[in-house]
Write a protein that binds this ligand. Structure first.
Ligand code: GDP
Length: 444
């Protein structure tokens, strides 16, 4: 899996890693090589472009933490962006509906759909202790239903008895009935495959979907087909509400283009990968683990992570000292807000402070994160230096001037002042609780 990409990237980063200093030209040169490596891995062009742009921007703007080299920092950025490209967080099956939870398996003929159905059923039975029933709705291929029955015996998962001549929607109805009556947790429906994406196939899947109301609709595609796999997934996405993708034959796929582009192009998560013909050759797809496997530099990544945690903790302590002395003014608040903006949201310090966690949650819920941060920074920028260091000067007249200057309302200015006050109060409480040491302990 991913061997050729892994080799190519390894070469690029070996060159960067040991260097003491990196110029913008170094970063750009490295990114040109990464871009070629991605395209050779058959990653979709727009996806590769976005990736390179994001990494370059972050790498050039990055403040290098002391105790790591710029090259190591770049490795970490690439690892982050690779994880994001692969889908970010690992996505599990969502089966918490009233049983039976239906998993509808869809895909083209020969993609590995029937084998994958059995693999997932086996995994649910052995790993999660679920009671699973499988049913084949494939009435086009004479041996399909029999194939699932045989696989069912292998993985010790029962299959719905075959009734000759019954049509897919009716089989789905009967399967649902049986699963309900016999108390199954999960019902897996293996739908018919076709050679190409065609209208009758889509219509059949939609009809089955209406009857079965699946909790999960998983598309099975062959990783070896590269960008075709992504194209197939795109066509399916337009017709059926896919909840995820399973990529089969990853064991034979040295390039990895389908896996790398799937999420970005289709917006659907890869939930599993097939890694062999055997019924236990199925892995959950964890983007960060896959990224680390591709880069083969897990040690560097965790080194940089630790280093930046140390810096964050140091900064937090410095800030805490200011709070404790009652010296936390609008300049400091602005610095905090800018920091949070850089981190792409409400940052660590705020989350760690009692009382402010709630505010952060509210802000995140409102989806106003970035806008709010930006607005608050603009408000502080509209204050005079005197006002910034002595917020108590802010009277009604000044607030109106500041609101106008920042292109916002007095109400928003008041909210910011309230935030500043709340942070100060929270910190005074911390001081009472044991001061800086207590705070440092909280940071872990
Ligand atoms: P379907 O037509 O989509 O139902 O495909 P099948 O489930 O019948 O699979 C077709 C072939 O692909 C079989 O020989 C499977 O053993 C094989 N296959 C399925 N998944 C994988 C996989 O992850 N790796 C490998 N190497 N072979 C697989």
């Amino acid at each position: 899996m991913f061997e050729s990409l892994s080799d190519r990237l390894g070469g690029v980063f070996d060159k960067l890693r040991g260097r003491g200093a990196l110029t913008e030209a170094d970063v750009r040169a490295a990114m040109r090589e990464v871009r070629i490596a991605l395209l050779e891995a058959d990653v979709a062009l727009p996806v590769a472009k976005d990736f390179i742009e994001n990494v370059t921007q972050r790498a050039i703007g990055a403040e290098v933490t002391k105790s790591v080299t710029p090259g190591q920092q770049v490795v970490k950025i690439v690892s982050d962006e690779l994880t994001a490209m692969l889908g970010g967080e690992q996505e599990d099956l969502h089966l918490s509906v009233s049983p039976p939870a239906v998993i509808m398996m869809v895909g083209l003929q020969g993609s590995g759909k029937t084998t994958t159905t059995a693999k997932i059923a086996r995994r649910l039975r052995t790993k999660d202790g679920k009671k699973v029933l499988m049913a084949s709705l494939d009435v086009n291929r004479p041996a399909a239903q029999e194939q699932l029955r045989v696989l069912g015996e292998q993985v010790e998962v029962p299959t719905l008895p075959i009734v000759e001549g019954q049509q897919p929607v009716d089989i789905a109805r009967r399967a649902l009935q049986s699963a309900k009556l016999q108390g199954f947790d999960v019902l897996m429906l293996d739908t018919a495959g076709r050679l190409h994406v065609d209208q009758p196939l889509m219509a059949e899947m939609q009809a089955v979907g209406e009857v079965a109301r699946p909790a999960e609709t998983l598309l099975v595609v062959d990783a070896l087909t590269g960008q075709d796999a992504v194209n197939v997934a795109t066509s399916f996405t337009q017709q059926v509400p896919l909840s995820g993708v399973v990529l089969t034959r990853m064991d034979g796929d040295a390039r990895g283009g389908a896996a790398l582009s799937m999420r970005a192009v289709t917006g659907r998560p890869i939930k599993f990968i097939g890694t062999g013909e055997k019924v236990d050759a199925l892995d959950a797809f964890d983007p960060s683990r896959v990224a680390s496997r591709i880069l083969g530099m897990g040690d560097v990544v965790s080194l940089v992570e630790k280093a930046s945690q140390v810096v964050e903790a140091e900064e937090a302590e410095k800030m805490a000292a200011k709070f404790a002395k009652g010296e936390f003014d609008m300049n400091d608040l602005r610095q905090q807000l800018t920091q949070m903006q850089k981190m792409g949201g409400m940052g660590a310090l705020m989350g760690m402070m009692p009382g402010l966690g709630k505010m952060r949650a509210q802000a995140e819920k409102a989806g106003a994160d970035d806008t709010m941060l930006r607005r608050n920074v603009a408000i502080i920028n509209s204050m005079t230096p005197k006002e910034r260091s002595r917020p108590q000067l802010l009277n009604a007249k000044r607030k109106i001037r500041i609101a106008n200057g920042a292109g916002t309302t007095v109400q928003e200015v008041n909210k910011l002042i309230k935030m500043h006050k709340e942070m100060s109060t929270a910190m005074k409480k911390i001081k009472k609780m044991g001061g800086l040491k207590g705070f440092a302990k909280m940071l872990g």
